[in-house]
Design a protein around this ligand. Structure first.
Ligand code: SAH
Length: 222
């Protein structure tokens, strides 16, 4: 999968995407992520990207001309895995549909995502009213300073569903919110020691009766 991220702050992505599973996914070329600094599409000598809102009010808005130039440029690049794929453009916004596991699974099947991160007060509404965005996604009913953290959340959640990313032993199929668990929350897990400060691992898990264990686990779904 190819993911292009349009952001004013590409450095924010260092860390979450350069460690652990997401790092390996990129090293193994299962996931290809490119960052596009919105500033490079800015206007004039100072590469202006934002402006004050018509009608007044606090904060700055990202300009429609700058944002659209960035989206069109990224769409036209078609590098790497984006080659022949059709881009799916997502704008992160508290107005969007709340991200759920079923949506994550759908997005994981796409070959090419373009993620637009807002900042400040957000973006000029015309980016949304025009046909430049395929969908608006929210990660919850609260307001963040920018779309960068939502982009990282989405990349992380989606990457787990790309074949091979979790490795052989782990699977994204039987986890909280997965269809195979009826979209419920997963059963509890225990590992050694068998007893810790009086807290014991449920006997059933030590019994070796796989059928019974399965039954117990199903009963623990919430
Ligand atoms: N003025 C906007 C909030 C802007 S927050 C409003 O009141 O709705 C700045 C940017 O952060 C947004 O453009 C969006 O890209 C991102 N953002 C903030 N909260 C978010 C959330 N819950 N989900 C997804 N993106 C969010």
């Amino acid at each position: 999968m190819r993911i292009d991220v349009i952001t004013l702050f590409p450095a924010m992505f260092q860390g979450p995407l350069t460690e652990s599973i997401l790092k390996r996914a990129q090293d193994e070329e299962r996931l290809e992520i490119a960052f596009h600094d919105l500033r490079q599409f800015g206007l004039g000598k100072y590469h202006q990207v934002d402006d004050s809102p018509y009608g007044g009010g606090a904060g700055m808005l990202m300009r429609v001309d700058v944002v659209v130039k960035a989206i069109e440029s990224v769409k036209a690049e078609k590098v790497g895995r984006a080659g022949k794929a059709k881009p799916h453009v997502i704008y992160f916004s508290p107005h969007g549909k709340k991200l759920k596991q079923a949506k994550v699974e759908k997005l994981a099947k796409k070959e090419w995502l373009i993620l637009l991160c807002g900042h400040y007060e957000g973006i000029d509404q015309r980016v949304i009213d025009g046909s430049w965005i395929d969908e608006e996604i929210s990660i919850g009913d609260y307001v963040l300073t920018g779309g960068e953290l939502p982009a990282m959340v989405l990349i992380d959640a989606v990457a787990r569903h790309i074949p091979g990313v979790l490795g052989k032993e782990a699977s994204a199929h039987e986890e909280s919110f997965s269809a195979s668990l009826g979209r419920k929350k997963e059963y509890p897990h225990y590992t050694r020691p068998e007893e810790f400060r009086g807290l014991k691992v449920p006997d059933i898990l030590l019994s070796g009766h796989h059928g019974e264990i399965e039954k117990w686990r199903k009963g623990q779904l919430r």
